[in-house]
Design a binder for this molecule. Structure first.
Ligand code: MN
Length: 268
């Protein structure tokens, strides 16, 4: 498709008009937005966006609303092969998780949440918000944590203080694994299995339905998630179909125990 400077300028003008409309309607959010309008409206960045992908719609309108964002994956889509296949990683991150993030931002705007409020704080008061907020705030938090808790260079088991705490609570690492696996296998339908630390510093294995997690005020058992396993079918179905147990088995090959240790250390 031929791309002309005139086309570029006209798209820029249109974008600016749309942008100004959005700006006035959502001034309360935009005033505190972490993204600079000046940067967003710089003609060079706009024209390069259009030029790179002239047939697609401009992403610029939704960008100022992005209170919450997906952090880039800490590895490539194929890095966790053969345990998690490339296509699943791509769709899981770019479609499922991206939609939770977008819907969360939409809900934050619609329900007039202070854009500076942390996601953890939002989860702690989630019962005061809509089902859309519940599902997508949980979805965003859970997936952001999930990507970081995986690595192509995983150790077989944790070390040091985390291992000691697990052995103290569950008598052995193998026993911990068996109980976590059981929790993940028996979560009916969609949800997550968790290793969490409850307020008295005790480690607990639990599970939650849908995109709920243990930071939410509606959780039966509350605590800081240290490790979570996504057992939604979208996390494994392309490769494992109905064999959730095989997917859970593969999970142990790619756990980033260093990240779990960091979370553990953060509350000690
Ligand atoms: Mn998922």
């Amino acid at each position: 498709m031929f791309f002309s400077e005139r086309n570029s300028l006209s798209k820029f003008r249109d974008t600016k008009i749309i942008f100004m409309k959005v700006s006035s309607r959502r001034q309360f959010i935009l005033d505190s937005a972490k993204i600079s309008f000046v940067t967003l409206l710089a003609p060079r960045s706009i024209t390069s966006l259009v030029k790179d992908n002239p047939t697609s719609s401009l992403p610029i309108v939704s960008m100022p609303d992005a209170i919450f964002k997906q952090t880039p994956l800490p590895y490539t889509y194929n890095a966790l092969e053969p345990w998690i296949d490339t296509q699943t990683m791509d769709i899981h991150y770019n479609k499922h998780a991206a939609l939770y993030c977008k819907n969360l931002n939409d809900a934050v705007i619609a329900e007039k949440v202070d854009p500076d409020r942390s996601l953890e704080d939002l989860l702690a008061g989630i019962s005061k918000f809509s089902a859309k907020m519940l599902n997508n705030a949980g979805g965003h938090y859970n997936h952001e944590m999930f990507w970081k808790s995986l690595t192509p260079n995983g150790d077989v088991q944790p070390k040091g203080t985390l291992l000691a705490a697990i052995e103290k609570e569950f008598s052995s690492f193998d026993n911990f694994k068996a109980r976590f696996v059981d929790m993940a296998k028996t979560r009916f339908g969609s949800g997550w299995a968790w290793l969490i630390m409850i307020p008295d510093k005790k480690l607990i294995i639990t599970s939650t339905p849908n995109q709920n997690n243990t930071l939410m005020d509606i959780a039966e058992i509350k605590g800081l998630p240290l490790l979570g396993l996504d057992v939604w079918e979208h996390a494994y179905y392309l490769k494992y179909q109905n064999r959730r147990a095989d997917y859970i088995d593969s999970f142990w090959k790619i756990v980033n125990w260093n990240y779990v240790q960091q979370r553990f250390d953060s509350v000690l």
